[in-house]
Design a protein around this ligand. Structure first.
Ligand SMILES: [Zn+2]
Length: 73
């Protein structure tokens, strides 16, 4: 099943807006596009690249299951 947002189908990693954790996009897909960690819905994920654009210190290849805050305090 493809996600309606094309960017997400192309991303290797996707980030969850709720728990702020990263999972492989294929894991999201296998879980019906719900967060593998917290079960957030299919529109609560963002391609990892979008988070990288906000916080340049984050690694290009994030650690799976790791939490990365959107705003570093
Ligand atoms: Zn989540």
């Amino acid at each position: 099943m493809e996600h309606p947002d094309l960017d997400l189908n192309l991303a290797e990693f996707s980030w969850c807006l709720y728990c702020e954790c990263v999972h492989k996009t294929t894991s999201w897909q296998a879980n019906g596009w719900e967060c593998p960690g917290c079960g957030a819905g299919c529109f609560d994920l963002r391609p990892w690249e979008e988070i990288l654009a906000l916080v340049q210190d984050y690694p290009e290849r994030p650690e799976e299951g790791q939490q990365y805050l959107q705003y570093v305090r």
